[in-house]
Design a protein around this ligand. Structure first.
Ligand code: ATR
Length: 276
């Protein structure tokens, strides 16, 4: 039950109806008996500035941003942290006691924590990242912070991969889409950040033969939970990590900042989110 002192957060998107975040945050709010709520806010791009300005006036603890607002929101904030600056996108706003809007990006944390919880990263040599969209930037940031020696971004549009590489140190390089199978030689980690393999989209065509058997394979697509890539990787003995955990873990620091307590990630929560 909400009192008049309830803390309120939400997710701003256009459209927003497919977001799993209200279901996720409400699971934690209810389990933890917190006096708070998390609401979906369908906001058109042309109304974003007014909405963001109103957040502190309306007493919001903060919000998440989703498509198409993650980049557009940046000039509307009082400050953004280094992670959000490098990724060039904000997925979380925290409203401070003084009413200031602080932007951060918890996707890199969510990605890395998901891998850490499901696999042992014993070698931080080569990582291959497929795709060069917003999600890829967060993944590359996380891998660079984690200390991977070589990170290769493989993308259909080579220029976009080169742009990401230019944001980082020499450890990050770009490769054309034709090299997606051959680049797997010597890799310790393979991550798919493209939309290929997502329900209703084209499949990801890749030959895993060159990938060492000890490599970890992660798909950030989580509908379906076990993508073809993960099925192939599992069949040949690779450790696989699905993408649902990234969604869950990116929400942990945001929830803690808004509601004051760190939530737990459990298998029951995973089942709850898959429950439609
Ligand atoms: P997000 O921000 O969620 O990462 P995005 O910016 O739309 O999403 O990126 C989608 C990624 O999937 C891109 O890397 C895209 O490649 P391009 O940069 O060349 O567009 C990749 N992608 C989508 N369809 C693809 C296809 N048929 N073949 C290869 N890559 C594809």
């Amino acid at each position: 039950m909400l009192s008049g002192k309830a803390k309120i957060a939400g997710v701003i998107g256009w459209p927003v109806e497919h977001s799993l975040s209200p279901r996720l945050h409400h699971y934690w709010l209810e389990r933890m008996g917190i006096d708070g709520s998390y609401v979906p806010l369908a906001v058109r791009p042309e109304d974003l500035a007014d909405t963001i300005k109103a957040l502190s006036k309306m007493g919001f603890a903060g919000v998440n941003l989703t498509i198409p607002h993650k980049e557009a929101v940046i000039p509307l904030l009082d400050e953004i942290d280094e992670t959000a600056r490098i990724i060039g996108a904000v997925n979380t706003i925290i409203v401070t006691k003084e009413g200031k809007l602080k932007g951060t990006n918890t996707d890199a944390y969510g990605f890395m924590e998901n891998i850490r919880q499901k696999a042992v990263i014993s070698n931080k040599g080569k990582a291959v990242v497929l795709g060069a969209g917003g999600a890829a930037k967060a993944v590359v940031k996380a891998l660079a912070d984690e200390g991977f020696a070589q990170i290769v971004v493989v993308n259909r549009t080579l220029k976009k991969a080169q742009k990401i590489a230019s944001l980082f140190t020499a450890a990050v390089s770009a490769a054309p889409w034709e090299e997606r199978s051959s680049q797997l030689a010597g890799a310790d980690l393979l991550v798919n950040t493209t939309s290929l393999g997502l329900n209703g989209k084209e499949s990801l065509e890749i030959d895993l033969t060159a990938l060492p058997a000890k490599a970890i394979v992660n798909d950030i697509v989580y509908v379906p939970l076990e993508t073809e890539l993960l099925q192939w990787a599992k069949a040949r003995g690779n450790v696989t990590v699905d993408g649902l955990g990234m969604l869950i873990y990116q929400a942990v620091p945001a929830f803690e900042a808004w509601f004051g307590r760190k939530p737990q990630v459990t298998d029951e929560l995973r089942r709850h989110l898959q429950g439609g």
